[in-house]
Write a protein that binds this ligand. Structure first.
Ligand code: ADP
Length: 495
């Protein structure tokens, strides 16, 4: 069985591929192993998919290697670009199904899932445009030598993605890797394998030769570990927790020193000054933490509000959070669906009870929502001090911690008081304040008077323990190329 008939509440029946996508075909795993994927809104099993073990990883890597060494190298950059654009077009053609499958498997609100699918197409098309613009340089050292550089692909890339944006992370990984001439083996997250498999069914039609893009479902400790320690994988790109990021780096170092890029966790400060447009700031703070149910690596989970507006801000933010509709991901007006899994639900509830124990004030939320599905009330803690766990650790749920500050200097120091450095935001109507804070915060992205404004043209990635390398934009291309210098002697021998 490499497919099954599934049903989504918004689009009805569809064919769900369940096999491993290797060499442009869906196949069963070697051992015939499968695992179940759960609908987080109902806690019911949706279906089972094939589970890749080390043997399947070997097969997928071998398929990718063969494609790389034979057909893929002969494909022109222009044609690579066309294939990515074809894939973007096919994604758009199948947008309703893809969005519905994403909501079903991940729990995200259908409106958000549709937005994700739009961004998937945008990202693939953008990198399709880059494929024939990867250029080297001529370097003039002396009249008797001609030197040029080539930006060559790295080769077989292992890519391990998380469950919070299953399809979007799929596109962020495929786009730059394929544009620059690499081949890939992607392992999706075990919590959310379905949308990546539906999208995989479009790869052949987009024109990609067999083995260029391989998609496998499986667990981190088995398939993920096999990919990151594989001797024939030339590069590993990972998005997920900092804990696992360290393991990936160790596995790379302990095997063949494959190149590593990591996009990891965060505990991003969202800073609101007295002179901010308070209603706008509240909207962005609300979106910054509660978008995607708080399951964003860049979530604005540490909110620092200046003392002059602190009380007013907390009161109005509470009202705003209470207006976020929590519930059925398929209802058009839902803003927040369930957390992705029982494990995540338990972790988040653990942080909430820790916050209560440590003495922070629950402004709103702090409990489960309903009695079925992994729903959690939007939760705001105020009077949170720097030493509390909820101010230090990544909760990865709809929980934010608010603290009061007096001066710009102080908030820059507390904003930077984190081992992470993924994102930050500042809300103020003073341009000088905005730029000073933006320049002094140690984070890969700073938003001014907005939040979560991610775009495929803009580089994204972490300072400090939030990661290595940049995704998106032109910056991502360098993660997937290696520079070769070729020097040609034009004159007589000098030695
Ligand atoms: P979370 O804790 O939020 O689920 P993880 O960082 O554990 O996030 O998971 C992100 C991705 O990393 C998933 O695809 C998961 O299967 C994978 N993963 C987990 N553990 C490992 C590991 N030891 N080696 C490689 N990949 C892993």
């Amino acid at each position: 069985m490499v497919s099954t008939q599934n049903h989504t509440p918004s689009t009805g029946k569809y064919t769900q591929p369940t096999g491993l996508f290797i060499n442009n075909e869906f196949v069963n795993s070697v051992d015939g192993k499968t695992f179940e994927t759960i609908n987080p809104a109902t806690e019911e099993v949706i279906c089972s998919v094939s589970e890749a073990t080390e043997k399947d990883v070997d097969i997928a890597v071998a398929a990718a290697r063969k494609a790389y060494e034979t057909v893929w190298r002969k494909v022109t950059p222009e044609d690579r670009g066309k294939m990515l654009v074809n894939l973007a077009n096919l994604i758009e053609k199948n947008a309703d199904t893809l969005a519905a499958v994403e909501s079903l498997d991940n729990g995200k609100a259908i409106g958000m899932a549709k937005a994700d699918v739009g961004m998937v197409a945008g990202c693939l098309r953008y990198y399709g445009g880059w494929a024939d613009k990867i250029e080297g340089k001529v370097i003039d050292t002396n009249p008797d030598t001609f030197t040029y550089t080539r930006q060559e692909p790295i080769g077989v890339c292992g890519q391990i993605i998380p469950w919070n944006f299953p399809l979007l992370m799929w596109a962020w990984k495929i786009g730059p890797a394929i544009a620059t001439g690499n081949v890939v083996v992607i392992k999706t997250a075990e919590q959310t394998p379905l949308s990546g498999l539906v999208a995989a069914s479009l790869i052949k039609e987009a024109g990609f030769p067999p083995g260029v893009i391989n998609i496998i479902s499986g667990f981190g400790k088995v398939a993920g570990a096999a990919l990151s320690s594989h001797m024939d994988v030339d590069k590993i790109a990972f998005t997920g927790s900092t804990v696992v990021g360290r393991m990936i780096m160790k596995a790379a170092a302990g095997s063949n020193l494959k190149k590593v890029t990591l996009e990891l966790g965060g505990k991003s400060p969202n800073i609101v000054f007295n002179d901010a447009d308070i209603e706008n700031a509240i909207s962005w703070v609300n979106f910054g933490i509660f978008f995607n149910h708080g399951q964003c690596c860049c979530a604005g989970s540490r909110v620092y509000v200046q003392s002059g507006i602190y009380d007013k801000f907390v009161e109005r933010f509470k009202a705003r959070a209470l207006a976020n509709k929590v519930g059925d991901p398929f209802a058009a007006d839902t803003f927040q669906g369930p957390q992705v899994s029982q494990l995540q639900f338990d972790r988040i509830m653990g942080y909430i009870s820790e916050g209560k124990k440590e003495g922070a004030t629950v402004v709103t939320g702090g409990e489960r929502h309903g009695d079925k599905g992994y729903f959690i009330q939007p939760t705001i803690f105020s009077n949170v001090t720097e030493d509390m766990k909820i101010m230090q650790e990544e909760v990865f749920g709809p929980v934010c911690s608010i603290s009061k500050f007096e001066t710009e200097e102080e908030v820059i120091a507390t904003g930077n008081n984190s081992t992470y450095g993924l994102a930050a935001a500042v809300h103020t109507t003073n341009l000088n304040t905005a730029l000073r804070v933006a320049n002094n915060i140690r984070a890969g992205t700073v938003w001014v008077n907005c939040y979560n404004m991610l775009h495929h043209q803009i580089p994204f990635g972490g300072f400090k323990e939030s990661g290595i390398g940049r995704e998106l934009g032109e910056a991502a291309l360098s993660n997937y190329t290696q520079c070769k210098s070729v020097s040609i002697r034009l004159g007589d021998a000098i030695f």
